[in-house]
Design a protein around this ligand. Structure first.
Ligand code: 13P
Length: 248
């Protein structure tokens, strides 16, 4: 049985005071359930959120990390530094990082390998853009991202992975993939994991859908058999909305 993971991705939002206010409100609303949850926040808020969520079961994630432990990489934060803070998850290969910050399947692969050397669980983002979907290239695009991102990663590690299917055309646009479209690709991802590894890995891997997930559409999405959770952008910024999604 896979335990669903519903994670918030705050992207580049919130001041320290806003993050603290969210944490206080979210803690009072949150009830420990069968669904795991986490907030993936800007680096500057991670220590504060770790302290605020201690003992609650609410996880804390980063949105990126560098694969080298240390070095002359101005402006970067390493996986080692996140491990030192006890961070639970790290988003890797988000489409915004691929689009604006030159993230490639090769850098994704290096980051995943480094993360698997420690306890932080990677959330690997894959997904096609609108042009690719219109040309019906979505399966080929997602497969290439999986093959490249997971190159030389063992089955034992791959089984621990969280994969977030985020069609770029559905991110921040209010245009959600239909539950059927999301399920179709999540099933394709699971089948691809079986092809790349084996049935056990395919059964174990957590596959999230992301892209305009809101309280109003969370139930239909979460009820799909191959969808084990959600990666929530905008709707994770408000404690009330995010709680409603977790309680789908
Ligand atoms: P939205 O939920 O705002 O569409 O963002 C989705 C996303 O990119 C989560 O990583």
């Amino acid at each position: 049985m896979r335990t669903p993971l519903i994670a918030g991705n705050w992207k580049m939002f919130k001041t320290a005071a806003e993050a603290a206010a969210f944490a206080e409100e979210f803690k009072t609303l949150y009830k420990d359930t069968d669904v795991k949850t986490a907030i993936c926040a800007p680096f500057v808020h991670l220590a504060q959120l770790k302290a605020a969520f201690e003992g609650t079961g609410i996880g804390v994630g980063a949105q990126n990390a560098h694969y080298e432990d240390e070095g002359a990489y101005t402006g970067e934060i390493s996986v080692m530094m996140l491990e030192d803070m006890g961070i639970d998850y790290c988003v890797i290969g988000h489409s915004e990082r691929r689009q604006y910050f030159a993230e490639t399947d090769e850098t994704v692969n290096k980051k995943l390998k480094r993360l698997f050397a420690g306890p932080i669980i990677p959330i690997l983002c894959v997904g096609e853009n609108l042009d690719q979907r219109e040309k019906e290239e979505q399966y080929a695009v997602v497969k290439e991202q999986l093959v490249g991102g997971l190159a030389d990663i063992s089955a034992a590690d791959a089984a621990k992975l969280v994969i977030a299917y985020e069609p770029v055309w559905a991110i921040g646009t209010g245009k959600t993939a239909t539950p059927e479209q999301a399920e179709d690709m999540c099933e394709y991802i699971r089948n691809t994991m079986e092809e790349l590894y084996n049935e056990e890995v395919a059964d174990a891997v957590i596959i999230q859908y992301g892209g305009s997930v809101k309280p109003a559409n969370a139930t239909d999405i979460m009820n799909m058999s191959n969808i084990d959770g959600a990666l929530v952008g905008g709707a994770s910024l408000k404690a009330n909305d995010f709680i409603e999604i977790i309680d789908f």
